[in-house]
Ligand binder design. Structure first.
Ligand SMILES: *Cc1c(COP(=O)(O)O)cnc(C)c1O
Length: 367
C-alpha cells in the first residue's frame, strides 16, 4: 500500500487510546506451551459429540436468543443464584468491558491492586475511566489499611479484585473481600472480583452475592472448562447490575452456537471437577519440584505458578527455555515483578519437560 497518501487533516486515534500498548502475549509454535493458563487438555469427547449433534438444530437464518435465556438459567443453576443475577458475554474480558461501559467512563475511576491482570486497567482506560493503581505488599497480599485509605481518597466507581490473582497466584483472604466490600458499599461503588481461576482455589466470593450488596464475581469458560477457543465468560451479580450490563451489551452479541456450547459444558461439571483436582495436584507437585531448584516462588491458588530465578536475569531464562521449545509467560520487565516468570500447570509430561528444561537452563546461567 505504498504511495497512498491520506489528505490532511487525517483523523487521529482517540487520545487515551493512542498512548496504549495493547495486549501482548506471543503466540509461538512450541512443543510445550505453558504461557496463557489454558487447560492442557480438550473438553470431554462426549461434550464435543453432543455439541456436533446440537449444531444441526440451530436455525442459522435467525438471530440468536438475545438474552441467552437457557444459558443464563443453566449458569444460574450451576452457581446457585437466580437467572436475573447472571450476565454472559464473549469471554470474561467482554464481561469486564460491559461493566466498565456501564459503571465507568469519563469523570469516574477504577481501582486495581498491582501487580494484577493487565486487562483490568486496559479495559478501564478503553472505557475512558481513570485508573488508580494501589500496590500489593511484597508477599502480594493487600494491605487493608492502605486499601481503605485509597478507597476513601479516590472513591472509585469500580474496584477490581483478582482472586486468585493473575500473575501472582495469590488468593485474597475472605476478610479482605469482606473489608473491601464494606468500604465500597459505604462509598457507593462496585466491587468486582475476577475469579477466572476460582475453581482452583479454596474459597470463592460467589456465596456472598446478594441483591443488597454491590458485589459482582466474574468467571470464565476459558480455563477450567477447557474452552478458551469458545470465548465465553459470565458475571454473577445483583440483578440491578445485570440489568445495567444488558443495556450496554450489543444486541445478539452471543451467537447461538456458543450459547449451546456453554449450556452443554455445564452437564460435564463432574469431569471438570476431576480435571481441576488433577491440575491442583500437579500444581503442588510442580511447587515441590521448584522448591529444589534455585528459584523463588509464591504460593498459588490457581493453575499457574509465579517464580523468579535466583541467578541470571528472568529475560535470559525465558529465552533459554524458548530455545528448548518451552514457552512460559515473561513477566520479567513488569512493574514489581522484575525477573519473574509465570508457568501454567500443564499435563504431567509437559510439566516434566518444563522442569527438566528449567533445571538445565538454571545450571547454565549460573556458570
Ligand atoms: C484468563 C483470564 C481471564 C479470562 O478471560 P476470557 O476473556 O474469559 O478468556 C479473565 N481474568 C483473568 C484474571 C484471567 O487470567
Amino acid at each position: 500500500m505504498t504511495g497512498v497518501t491520506v489528505p490532511e487533516p487525517r483523523v487521529t486515534v482517540r487520545e487515551n487510546v493512542a498512548l496504549m500498548e495493547g495486549y501482548h502475549s506471543p503466540q509461538i509454535d512450541v512443543r510445550v506451551r505453558l504461557n496463557t493458563n489454558e487447560s492442557p487438555v480438550m473438553p470431554p469427547q462426549a461434550w464435543l459429540g453432543a455439541l456436533q449433534a446440537a449444531q444441526n438444530q440451530i436455525a442459522w437464518n435467525r438471530y440468536p436468543d438475545r438474552s441467552a435465556t437457557k444459558l443464563r438459567a443453566a449458569i444460574a443453576q450451576h452457581e446457585g443464584v437466580a437467572s436475573e443475577q447472571v450476565f454472559a458475554a464473549n469471554g470474561s474480558n467482554e464481561v469486564l468491558q460491559a461493566v466498565m461501559l456501564a459503571f465507568g467512563g469519563p469523570t469516574r475511576k477504577a481501582l486495581v491492586f498491582e501487580p494484577t491482570y493487565a486487562l483490568h486497567s486496559h479495559i478501564a482506560r478503553l472505557a475512558a475511566t481513570e485508573v488508580v493503581a494501589a500496590q500489593r505488599c511484597e508477599d502480594f497480599s493487600i494491605d487493608l489499611t492502605h486499601a481503605i485509605d485509597t478507597l476513601a481518597a479516590e472513591r472509585p466507581a469500580v474496584t477490581f479484585l483478582c482472586s486468585p490473582n493473575n500473575p501472582t497466584g495469590t488468593v485474597d483472604a475472605p476478610e479482605c473481600t469482606d473489608t473491601l466490600l464494606a468500604e465500597v458499599t459505604v462509598l457507593g461503588g462496585l466491587l468486582l472480583v475476577d475469579e477466572a481461576y476460582g475453581q482452583f482455589a479454596t474459597h470463592s466470593a460467589i456465596g456472598m452475592i446478594d441483591e443488597a450488596r454491590p458485589l459482582a464475581v466474574a468467571r470464565t469458560y476459558s480455563k477450567t472448562w477447557s474452552m478458551a477457543a469458545a470465548r465465553l465468560g459470565y458475571l454473577i451479580a445483583p440483578s440491578w447490575v445485570v440489568a445495567a450490563l444488558d443495556k450496554v451489551a450489543l444486541p445478539y452479541h452471543l451467537d447461538s452456537f456458543k450459547q449451546i456450547a456453554g449450556c452443554l459444558a455445564l452437564e460435564y461439571h463432574t469431569e471438570m471437577s476431576q480435571r481441576v483436582a488433577e491440575l491442583t495436584k500437579e500444581r503442588e507437585r510442580l511447587a515441590v519440584a521448584l522448591g529444589s531448584l534455585e528459584v523463588q516462588q509464591w504460593p498459588s491458588g490457581a493453575n499457574f505458578i509465579l517464580f523468579r530465578p535466583n541467578h541470571g536475569d528472568g529475560q535470559k531464562v525465558w529465552e533459554e527455555l524458548l530455545e528448548r521449545s518451552v514457552l512460559v509467560r515473561n513477566c520479567a520487565s513488569w512493574p514489581n515483578l522484575s525477573g519473574c516468570l509465570r508457568v501454567t500447570v500443564g499435563t504431567k509430561t509437559e510439566n516434566d519437560a518444563f522442569l527438566s528444561a528449567l533445571s538445565d537452563v538454571l545450571s547454565e546461567v549460573k556458570q
